[in-house]
Design a protein around this ligand. Structure first.
Ligand code: MD6
Ligand code: FE
Length: 215
């Protein structure tokens, strides 16, 4: 599976109210997208996507699973990383090596991520504005890969204020780095039917994190 060579030059530094949001538009070509989607769905058979509860007890509209030694979970006890799937009790499948290679080729960080959150958006799913701050080292970037239907991604400063909307298409890669690491961000909506990549439609988002000590 090849990462298009367009990944190696500098990413686009998107003009937002926060510095450090990087975008590599079309980083994955059609063949790489198809191969990665197949790998992800194969591993999800061992760790089925489920709808976590918010600490307030409402189910997320997004279905989630994880790859790697640690996975992000939410329930009435709060947000945290843990080594096992909350419904099956089994360890999460390994992070696909393609994603670790992508990390090495894009972000500037000495170690490797030890968690990959898998978000699956079927019809009507969205994700409210949030910050990613459950990781042990908030200096490490978070790298995101989008597959399937396009999404309207919204991002703004940690303190609140002006947000910018960015369209994320299948094959796009983006990162929250430096001052943007604690940016508030979310998915306003999915543009249903904009891609035919995923069986059953919808969008997959994979976010690589250094949640504990890293790999
Ligand atoms: C999504 N992404 O694209 C949700 N978090 O479905 C995120 O929450 C995210 O894109 C951290 C860094 C990049 C992201
Ligand atoms: Fe996030």
């Amino acid at each position: 599976m090849s990462v298009r060579s367009a990944i190696t030059p500098a990413p686009v530094e998107v003009a937002t109210a926060v510095e450090g949001f990087r975008l590599w538009p079309g980083a994955l070509d059609a063949a790489a997208q198809a191969a990665l989607a197949a790998t992800v769905f194969a591993r999800l058979r061992q760790a089925p996507p489920y709808r976590p509860l918010t600490p307030g007890g409402r189910p997320f509209s997004v279905e989630m699973s994880n790859f790697g030694p640690l996975g992000w979970v939410s329930d009435r006890a709060g947000y945290r990383y843990q080594a096992t799937h909350p419904e099956t009790g089994r360890p999460w499948p390994a992070i696909p090596s393609f994603l670790l290679d992508l990390w090495r080729r894009t972000v500037d960080w000495p170690g490797l991520p030890d968690a990959c959150l898998v978000n699956l958006y079927r019809e009507g799913a969205r994700m409210g504005l949030h910050q990613d701050r459950d990781e042990a080292d908030l200096g490490a970037p978070v790298l995101s890969v989008s597959l399937g239907d396009a999404a309207r991604f919204r991002i703004g400063p940690a303190e609140g204020g002006t947000t910018t909307t960015v369209r994320l298409d299948s094959g796009d890669v983006c990162a929250l780095t430096g001052p943007a690491r604690l940016a508030r961000h979310g998915i306003d909506r999915i543009l249903a039917g904009s891609s035919r990549l995923l069986p059953g439609g919808g969008r997959l988002n994979l976010t690589l994190r250094v949640a504990g000590r890293g790999l």
